[in-house]
Write a protein that binds this ligand. Structure first.
Ligand code: UGA
Length: 428
């Protein structure tokens, strides 16, 4: 099929590359000329394993092209996926201005087009597609939804660090449809994906996306709470959760305790659904507790550290800045909460991350960055491990012996007890 993608950020480009890998012809539209040129030069605009090679492959085969002209993209495709950002506002509610602007431009582009399907992939709160996208498209195209153009909401479930694999091997595809014709066309696009396809109305699909993220975030905060209790009893929460996760009704995923969840999705999405629930007169006590626990969890690293050393004027080595491995993304990363506190309490910070130092440096130019874990460990009085990058698995006693004083605390379970002695974990 011929597809166009509006917005070539993380979701847009991963989706475009994924559909092109499946043999579809993809046109990626972005208003930023620089981004368009970069994509056409086969260079991704963010770090994501596998995307770089896949982008090279699909651009070389002529299956994916970027353009700065929306009309061209729409006229030369059957479906447009809307993948623009949906940031949160200060009160946690969703900022729909990008999606509104995108709908205005898309509406205008639809004027000159026969029947065309619009599929919203951006994460939008229930009722946004129906109350914002639909009327804006109709107003600016002068056309009628369901008759002259189709409309779907097709949420994404891609994880940073494994976006392409998640795209090509999804657990499920959710198609929220305005009418049967729109849903049929979108389902055709997913026909050779080996997973269940669930067709719903648009509001339900929007809600499925939020509830999925809120539930996964709840599993993590629950594990962290249990981990905090385990720590006091000298029990390893990972052993506990291995036993718990073997129950198929629970599943072993998203039970890894640690310093809490970060990234551009869980914190924002849980806040947005809390805010929506409140506007509807509900008190979302579980989700509020999930956020509160997550807010405090990184600071437990500081509490543990203070039990071992007086941190004022000490040098603390931070290994791992990204909110998770496999990405250079530091948005809402627990590392920022920890570094803020260390600096506030008068510590100096050495930092190393294999991918995220450039982005972290923009916000924290005052800390010292090193090119390897070993260099960052030299002369440190303590070490906090905050991201479970594979390369940290290989750290050994010799590496930690470079420190002034060997105080090592893991916020993510990564070190090998056979190779390193005497470290402690946040919840184990
Ligand atoms: C998350 C969802 O997993 C995706 O399905 C969804 O598409 C995406 O949000 C989105 O809404 O776009 P992502 O934020 O990229 O994906 O990363 P995750 O792997 O879910 O991790 C989120 C955070 O939870 C990370 O900070 C990670 O370290 C933490 N986490 C994850 C834990 O603390 N424990 C776990 O067991 C799993």
């Amino acid at each position: 099929m011929k597809i166009s993608i509006m917005g070539t950020g993380y979701v847009g480009l991963s989706t475009g590359v994924g559909f092109a890998k499946k043999g579809n012809s993809v046109l990626c539209f972005d208003i930023v000329r620089e981004i368009v040129d970069k994509i056409n030069r086969r260079e991704p605009t963010f770090y994501e394993p596998m995307i770089e090679d896949a982008l090279k492959e699909v651009v070389s085969k002529g299956l994916l092209k970027a353009t700065a002209y929306l009309n061209y993209a729409v006229l030369n495709s059957d479906i447009t996926f809307v993948c623009v950002p949906t940031p949160s506002q200060k009160d946690g509610s969703l900022d729909v201005s990008y999606i509104e602007k995108a709908s205005v431009s898309l509406g205008k582009a639809l004027k000159g087009k026969d029947y065309h399907v619009v599929a919203v992939k951006s994460t939008v709160l229930p009722e946004t597609t129906g109350n914002v996208v639909l009327p804006t498209l109709e107003k600016h195209s002068g056309k009628k939804c369901g008759r002259d153009f189709g409309l779907c909401m097709n949420p994404e479930f891609l994880r940073e660090g494994s976006a392409l694999t998640d795209f090509l091997k999804p657990h499920r595809v959710i198609i929220g449809e305005f009418d049967k014709k729109s849903g049929d066309i979108l389902e055709r696009l997913y026909k050779d994906f080996d997973c269940p396809v669930l067709r719903t109305d648009i509001k339900t699909a929007e809600m499925i996306k939020y509830v999925s993220n809120a539930f996964l975030a709840t599993k993590i905060s629950f594990s962290n709470e249990i981990g905090n209790v385990c720590k006091r009893m000298g029990v390893d929460v990972y052993e506990v959760m291995r036993g718990v996760g073997l129950d198929r009704r629970i599943s072993p995923d998203f039970l890894d305790a640690g310093i809490g969840f970060g990234g551009s999705c869980f914190p924002k999405d849980v806040d947005a659904i809390i805010s929506k629930a409140k506007t509807l007169g509900e008190s979302p006590i579980i989700m509020e507790s999930v956020i509160e626990l997550n807010r405090n969890q990184p600071l437990r690293m500081i509490d543990l550290l203070k039990k071992r050393i007086n941190i004022k004027d000490k040098r603390v080595c931070i290994l791992g800045l990204a909110f998770k491995p496999g990405t250079d993304d530091v948005r809402e990363a627990p590392s920022a909460v920890i570094v803020d506190r260390l600096l506030k309490e008068g510590a100096a910070v050495n930092a190393y991350d294999p991918k995220a130092m450039e982005k972290f440096r923009d916000r924290y130019p005052q800390i010292t960055y090193f090119n390897s874990a070993r260099e960052a460990l030299k002369n440190a009085d303590a070490c906090l491990i905050l991201t479970e990058w594979d390369e940290f698995r290989n750290l050994s006693e010799n590496d930690f012996n470079l420190m002034n004083k060997k105080v090592v605390i893991e916020g993510r379970k990564i070190l090998d007890r056979e190779k390193v002695q005497g470290f402690e974990g946040i919840c184990w």
